[in-house]
Structure formats: C-alpha cells, structure tokens
Design a protein around this ligand. Structure first.
Ligand SMILES: Cc1cc2nc3c(=O)[nH]c(=O)nc-3n(C[C@H](O)[C@H](O)[C@H](O)COP(=O)(O)OP(=O)(O)OC[C@H]3O[C@@H](n4cnc5c(N)ncnc54)[C@H](O)[C@@H]3O)c2cc1C
Length: 391
C-alpha cells in the first residue's frame, strides 16, 4: 500500500503549509485553552489526515509506512496535541481492524474512521496492567441467549488517549485463562450501556490532548465485535498495532526534535551576550551540533525501518526483526528528543524556562514519548529478548 510519488509530494507540501500557516500560529491558544479549536479539526478532516493509513478502498489515503512517517515528521513540528486529535484514528485505534479485522468489520468501521466521523481509541492499559500488558484483568464473559452470542465486559482501562472524544474503542479484555492467549480485542462503541468515562487526567504537558479512564460495567458487546471474529488473538493484534505505532511515534519525535533545534538555532543567532551572538560561542554550537547529529541519526533509523516494514507486506506485519527495529527507533528517537529538548532549553537560558517560548512547553510535551506505547525499558527488553533468542 502506497500512493504514487507525485500525489505524495503534493500531500506533503499541503501538510507543511498547514503546519506553518494554521497550526504553529494556534499553538499558544491550544496551550491556554487546553483544546484544539474545532475549525482546525474540521480542516484536518477535509485534508484526509484521519485516514492517512487507511487504504483507499475504505475511504482513506492509503499511505505506506514510510510515507506515513514522513507526514508524522511534519506534523511533529508543532504542538503534539494537534497530532493527537487524529493520531489514534491513523494508528493504534484503528490499525487492529485493518490488520486483523473481518471484511465486514473493515467495511463497517474504516470508512467512518478515515473521514473522522468516528474517533477510535486504543484501550489496553489498566491500573495493574501497564508495561505488563498481558496481565489485563478486564473480563469478557460469553453469554448465549435469544439475542445471539454476546460478551459481557467488566473492568477498567487507564490513561486512554482520546477517550473523551472517542466514538469507539479497540479494547482488550480477557475472554479465557491467564496470559496473552486469553486476551481478545473488541470493538466497543462509546455509547454502549454501562460504559463510563473517568475525569480527564491532569497531565504534565501536551495540553489539548485528552486522556481518561474507561469504565466497563456489564457492557454487552456482540461476539461479532471481536476483531477478526476469533477470541484469543487480541494480544497478538495489540502487539502488531504497537510495532506500527512505535515507528509513527519515532517519526513524530524526530519532527519535534527538528522544531526544537530550529527554535534553538534561531535564538542562538539572535541573542547577544559579551557583545556577540551566543551562537558564535563554540560551547553553544556544541549543543546545537549534538542535537543535529542525533536528529540525523534518529531520522535515518526511522526511514530505514519504515522501508523494511513496508517491504514485509504492510499493513499486517508480524516479523520479529522488524519489530525489534521499531523498538530500536522508539528507544533512540524518544530519548533523543528528550536530550534535544533539554539542550533547547539550555540554549535559551532563563527564557527557556518561561512559557513565552515554545521550548518550555515542548520540553514537557516530549516527556510522554518515552512512556507510552511501551516505555524505554520495555523497548530495551524487546531488543534484548530478540538478540538473545537468535543464533
Ligand atoms: C498521557 C498518556 C496517554 C496514554 N495513552 C494510552 C492509550 O491510548 N491506550 C493505552 O492502552 N495506554 C495508554 N497509556 C498508557 C501507557 O502505555 C502506560 O502508561 C505505559 O505503558 C507504562 O505503564 P505504567 O504507566 O503502568 O508503568 P509501569 O508499567 O508501572 O512502569 C513503571 C516503571 O517501571 C519500569 N518497568 C516496568 N516493568 C519493567 C521491567 N520488566 N523491566 C524493567 N523496567 C520495568 C517502566 O519502564 C517504568 O519506568 C497512556 C499513558 C499516558 C501517560
């Protein structure tokens, strides 16, 4: 799956313009009001951003992984809240259906996800199942009655991105015994009876993004809503979704590193101390140079890994080596952007600590990238396990 080069370059140029002319000027308002303005969300729908990764036959744009990463790099160059509005539709919320869903599920759901009419979230994490995501406790009990086979879901999901906006969830619940093999992935509609939301989480950064708990109290879901139709496959689906998500997040991290570096260079060219531009001091140049070199390394990794992902026949890739490369990207790029943000603040001096300058909020925003979709330590474990398992 990919679109031709000419159409892709046009799309990329449109996204770049949109970032520079619409999103960057709206950053302060998003920070202040903790909300992405509705007219911007409408523009995103019109541009097709909600359907970037969904094939054309289901109403999306149908980008390859490497094309999606290049778009994510551009979108990463502004407040991460903007990406979050459509990020779960493009990635973790919908990809399970595309990868493992039945044809009926794809046809019913994906066109609405691609248009932005239906917001989808990904609900795996629970209070006692974070990094140990196979420890999911939310239960799905099969009932067979006059209304056909159903599951009754009970439990609670934590920190679910876009949950307050979501119309449906890709939600993992235990339908069988312990361990990964007992987990099934369901499509659960937000208006299902018994489904409730917790209070919005108060976060360190990324204002304008929304997360909260999702509480399931005897929620009745048709058995036909199990992704792929077969129970027990949900954990595998979730892991495949996360591989893809990790490449996307890595590209976003590189985009954000590029923006922070641009801000730091601009400041270093303008700010004068000791009668010179601070950027003329080699100790300041060293900070900029380290950031540039690390950004180049990270972005090269992401592009390489995304091409390898595509070569494995995306969208449904289940390859341990590519999976390890996705973890390498997530590990390196999200840690890298943390260092770039730290240097960005340093180059700005005291002004970097004041919220008039975007680096202050980017410093807080990027902290999350090292935590969700698998912490840095979980990426290290995946890489280590793969290395030790091979001859
Ligand atoms: C803003 C935000 C948005 C999120 N969005 C979503 C979402 O949309 N959907 C979703 O399902 N989840 C989401 N999450 C959850 C996120 O994926 C988890 O927070 C993350 O996976 C870590 O789990 P935890 O918070 O329980 O930390 P823990 O698992 O308790 O980890 C705590 C620390 O212990 C370390 N650790 C744990 N186990 C090991 C080990 N075996 N070896 C070494 N170190 C270890 C971790 O690396 C970490 O440093 C979101 C979280 C946040 C904060």
């Amino acid at each position: 799956m990919a679109i031709d080069n000419e159409s892709f370059e046009l799309l990329l140029a449109t996204v770049q313009r949109f970032v520079n002319e619409r999103l960057v000027p709206a950053e302060d308002a998003v920070e202040e009001h903790d909300e992405v303005p509705a007219d911007i969300v409408d523009d995103m729908k019109e541009m097709g951003l909600f359907g970037l990764s969904i094939p054309e036959e289901y109403g999306g744009i149908g980008l390859s992984m490497s094309q999606e990463c290049r778009v994510a790099y551009e979108i990463g160059q502004t407040s991460l809240a903007f990406r979050s509005v459509f990020g779960t539709n493009v990635g973790i919320g919908s990809q399970g259906i595309l990868m493992d869903g039945t044809e009926a599920q794809k046809q019913e759901i994906l066109p609405r996800v691609a248009s932005g009419e239906l917001i989808m979230s990904f609900a795996l994490t629970e209070a006692d199942a974070g990094s140990d995501s196979a420890a999911v406790k939310t239960r799905g009990e099969l009932v067979k009655d006059g209304e056909g086979d159903h599951y009754i879901l009970n439990g609670s999901k934590r920190f679910i991105t876009n949950a307050p906006r979501a119309g449906a969830f890709t939600l993992m619940a235990r339908t069988d015994g312990p361990g990964a093999g007992g987990i099934s992935a369901f499509v659960v509609y937000a208006d299902s009876k018994g489904l409730g939301l917790g209070k919005p989480d108060k976060k360190m950064g990324q204002r304008g993004t929304k997360t909260c708990d999702v509480i399931l109290d005897n929620v009745r879901v048709p058995a036909a809503n199990i992704i792929g139709g077969k129970p027990g496959q949900g954990f595998k689906t979730a892991m495949k979704v996360l591989d893809r998500g990790r490449l996307h997040i890595s590209a976003v991290a590189c985009g954000m590193a590029q923006r922070i570096l641009n801000e730091a260079v601009a400041y270093a060219r303008e700010r004068k101390q000791f009668g010179k531009r601070i950027g003329d001091f080699q100790l300041v140049q060293a900070m900029l140079a380290d950031s540039q070199a690390e950004l180049y390394a990270g972005w090269s990794m992401v592009q390489d890994a995304a091409l390898r992902y595509d070569a494995k026949g995306a969208p449904s890739v289940s390859d341990p080596y590519v999976s390890m490369l996705a973890s390498c990207c997530k590990l390196f790029c999200t840690e890298m952007v943390g260092r770039v943000a730290d240097r960005g603040v340093q180059v700005h001096g005291g002004s970097g600590y004041i919220n008039e300058y975007p680096v202050e909020r980017f410093y807080r925003d990027v902290r999350l990238l090292r935590l969700y979709e698998g912490t840095t330590q979980i990426q290290q474990l995946i890489i280590g396990r793969e290395l030790m398992g091979r001859d």
